[in-house]
Design a protein around this ligand. Structure first.
Ligand SMILES: Cc1ncc(COP(=O)(O)O)c(C=O)c1O
Length: 425
């Protein structure tokens, strides 16, 4: 059996690979135009299997945050290794159910759940609807009463913990719209105490994304455990605590802990708190899929201005834009961009897309000469799921690779599809 490099790699002669196969060959085999996302399912499978193993015999659910990448081939890979789903909308909930997720491994988060989304969660009998405010809890109660059901609910607490991450991905500080602050928990517990239509089964949190280590995670886990102990003390038959997701990945600056590290630390922490009988739910998204996807783009042209002095400018214009990969424009995120057929290096260029926005700029990267194709690395999470047709651009294709072979191609709907829909609007 050959061991393939999982995810992105380089062959001995410097050619970019995915799952051990030259990306250029995969592009030809898939027969899709650029820009196109490529994902290595083998890498994703290994990641989730390691994560599942880290739990040992502990009761748990790895509720994959499906917002990170909702492609069926990817979600099925995760589900078959035992994962569940963290959904944040009725659409994601429905997709998870239709992909075959076990209902009791699904949690529904989200700050403004619609009545029809609550109803669907109730009819599917999922693990829990995670309430994000005392008023939402009342709305869930009203829907459960109307349908003659008892709603399984969790309280998503806002732990008032700040993290060292971009402000737009921090969710656990006390000014964020997410979760219930400590000062508002009393009213949530009052509702739970008197209601015949609500059953409190979990306490959850999500402190934010791109964590660089376990410290803030455990700090917010401490708040979850405090609230869980208070709930048990009030006689609630709690089934789980949910410490959320947010495990960072290495976009270039250096190694970060693997998801399994967070699990081991969480299990130790639960045991210290005497809560090891509770099920541990986690909500990883990016860390399961991000490193195993790339976006391939074609260089449209170079642009130069000035010659040699301080005012010299060099751009590399590619056919992928912020509509295909929004993270750089949205969070000033940096994804390494490298030539496909050669090692990175050479003169600095600003790599920009074709979209008519100044933020359609992927950052500065070095190239010897303009390559024909470039690879944008670590694009498996929050890439396609955030893509749009802005500027009349078609959504990109997606190509799924398993064991070095193209196993599925999801073609771009094409620009004709956009034109037709706009004509009909
Ligand atoms: C409630 C919730 N859980 C989990 C996640 C997943 O975070 P990550 O992809 O950083 O692991 C998110 C991401 O925004 C989230 O909002």
């Amino acid at each position: 059996m050959t061991t393939r490099t999982l995810g992105f790699g380089r062959s001995a002669d410097g050619v970019a690979t995915l799952g051990g196969r030259p990306l250029r060959d995969l592009l030809l085999e898939a027969g899709v135009p650029t820009p196109a996302y490529f994902y290595d399912l083998s890498g994703i499978r290994q990641r989730i299997e390691r994560l599942e193993q880290a739990f040992g015999a502990a009761p748990h659910v790895s509720a994959y945050a499906i917002k990170a990448n909702s492609a069926g081939s990817i979600v099925r890979t995760l589900l078959s290794a035992g994962a569940g789903i963290d959904a944040v909308s009725g659409g994601e909930l429905e997709l998870g159910l239709r992909l075959g997720a076990a209902p009791r491994k699904i949690v529904l988060s989200g700050v403004a759940k619609l009545d029809r989304e609550i109803d669907r969660a109730l009819s599917a009998d999922i693990l829990a609807i995670q309430a994000e405010s005392p008023l939402e809890l009342l709305r869930i109660e009203a829907r459960a009463r109307a349908l003659g059901q008892v709603a399984r609910v969790a309280l998503r607490v806002n732990p008032s913990v700040s993290i060292d991450s971009h402000a737009h991905v921090a969710t656990g500080h006390d000014k964020a719209k997410f979760g219930i602050l400590a000062r508002d928990l009393g009213s949530a517990f009052e509702t739970l105490q008197r209601s015949q239509s609500l059953k409190l089964v979990g306490i959850s949190t999500h402190v934010g994304s791109m964590l660089k280590g376990t410290d803030p995670y455990l700090e917010s886990a401490r708040v979850v455990c405090d609230v869980a102990q208070a709930a048990l003390g009030r006689g609630h038959a709690l089934e789980y605590v949910d410490f959320g997701g947010g495990y960072g990945i290495d976009y270039g600056p250096g190694e970060l802990p693997e998801p399994a590290t967070y699990v081991s630390a969480s299990l130790r922490f639960l045991a210290e708190r005497g809560l090891e009988k509770l099920m541990l739910v986690i909500e990883p998204g990016r860390s399961l899929v991000g490193p195993f996807g790339v976006l391939l783009a074609r260089v449209v042209q170079e642009k130069h201005s000035g010659s040699g002095g301080d005012d010299e400018r060099r751009w590399l214009m590619i056919d992928a834009g912020m509509n295909d990969l929004l993270r750089p424009a949205l969070y000033q995120a940096v994804h390494r961009i490298e030539p496909l057929q050669a090692l990175p290096g050479g003169r600095p260029h600003r790599v920009v897309g074709p979209v008519c926005e100044s933020t359609d700029d992927f950052g500065e990267f070095s190239f010897d000469a303009a390559p024909e194709l470039v690879v944008i690395r670590d694009a498996g999470a929050y890439g396609f799921t955030m893509a749009s047709e802005y500027n009349g651009r078609a959504l990109p294709a997606e190509v799924f690779v398993d064991d070095g072979k193209v196993v599925h191609v999801s073609p771009s709907p094409g620009v004709e599809s956009w034109i037709t829909r706009r004509l009909e609007a």
